[in-house]
Design a binder for this molecule. Structure first.
Ligand SMILES: O=C(O)CCC(=O)C(=O)O
Length: 286
């Protein structure tokens, strides 16, 4: 049975994002949440503990977590169990109209509530694109985030400018020549915070300006990034890097990584299902 209904497609076309509810089972969510806390060496029940690490910013990559809550974990079994869950693959397959996809080897997010007395942790989020929008025609692509816990609008979750993919071309004509190709001037644009339930997978069109928000709640925001894309649209030489990353329990080369090398030191390569092997690229789609 198809995941997306006619209403979902209409919503997707109009807004540029769509929500897949219950994308993975509850035990996968719990395992991923526990893994994040273990990785961060934090007690989930002690809010004071959530701020114990100094986050990295920009090029200073001396921490396992960034100021916007990016958690430098990439290959743990709990991450892979979500990547290789069939419903997640099916959702991306319906969008791409092919099942022959690779999965991104992306990380997780833990954004603690913003606190006056914790200046390192007052991140308000930023709205950006992960692609250079100054090129003639930005190729179609999607990104995704899996909500690991129920997330309210003020909890620092996903935000975007809904429908921006439809107005991008006209909007660009109103912008100065030297506009930033990755950070839009938000004047006149409406940014919306997307609340979600645990297990919601939000998939968005890469032309939507997006980011995560300011966590003004009293609960941490927890999420995992998952994106899929057709194999043919990628360089094949990325494959070696992907397989080595999986085998060594490390990030692929473009990511910051964890200065402790915790995954490499404590984990074994994740067990992959037949689907997982194809999504990694260690087995080919026929
Ligand atoms: O944390 C989020 O929901 C958004 C993440 C983001 O901005 C990105 O993946 O580029």
């Amino acid at each position: 049975m198809a995941i997306f209904s006619r209403e979902d497609w209409d919503f997707w076309k109009e807004n540029g994002y769509v929500v897949v509810p219950n994308a993975v089972p509850r035990e996968n969510l719990d395992a991923m949440v526990n893994t994040i806390w273990e990785f961060l060496e934090m007690d989930p029940n002690d809010p004071e503990d959530w701020y114990k690490h100094t986050p990295y910013r920009g090029r200073n990559r001396a921490s396992m977590i960034s100021a916007s809550g990016m958690v430098e974990i990439y290959q743990h079994q709990a991450l892979w169990n979500n990547r290789q869950h069939p419903r997640v693959h099916q959702a991306f397959s319906e969008i791409w109209e092919t099942e022959k996809l690779w999965v991104s080897l992306d990380r997780a997010n833990m954004k603690p509530p913003s606190r006056e007395d914790k200046p390192d942790w007052q991140n308000e989020g930023n709205i950006h694109w992960d692609t250079d929008t100054s090129v003639e025609k930005v190729p179609f692509g999607v990104q995704g985030v899996l909500y690991l816990t129920d997330t309210s609008e003020d909890q620092g979750g996903f935000r975007c400018v809904p429908g921006f993919h439809n107005m991008f071309e006209d909007w660009v004509k109103t912008q100065p020549e030297d506009r930033h190709p990755r950070h839009p001037d938000l004047d006149g644009l409406e940014v919306k915070s997307i609340l979600g339930k645990a297990g919601d997978l939000i998939i968005w069109h890469r032309l939507l300006a997006h980011g995560n928000g300011h966590n003004r709640s009293d609960r941490p925001r927890l999420a995992q990034y998952i994106r899929m894309y057709p194999v043919a649209s990628r360089e094949k030489d990325a494959l070696e890097d992907r397989i080595a990353a999986w085998q060594n329990c490390r990030p692929t080369s473009r990511w910051p990584g964890d200065p402790r090398d915790w995954e490499h030191k404590t984990q074994k390569p994740a067990k992959l299902t037949d689907l997982g092997k194809k999504l990694l690229g260690v087995e080919t789609w026929n």
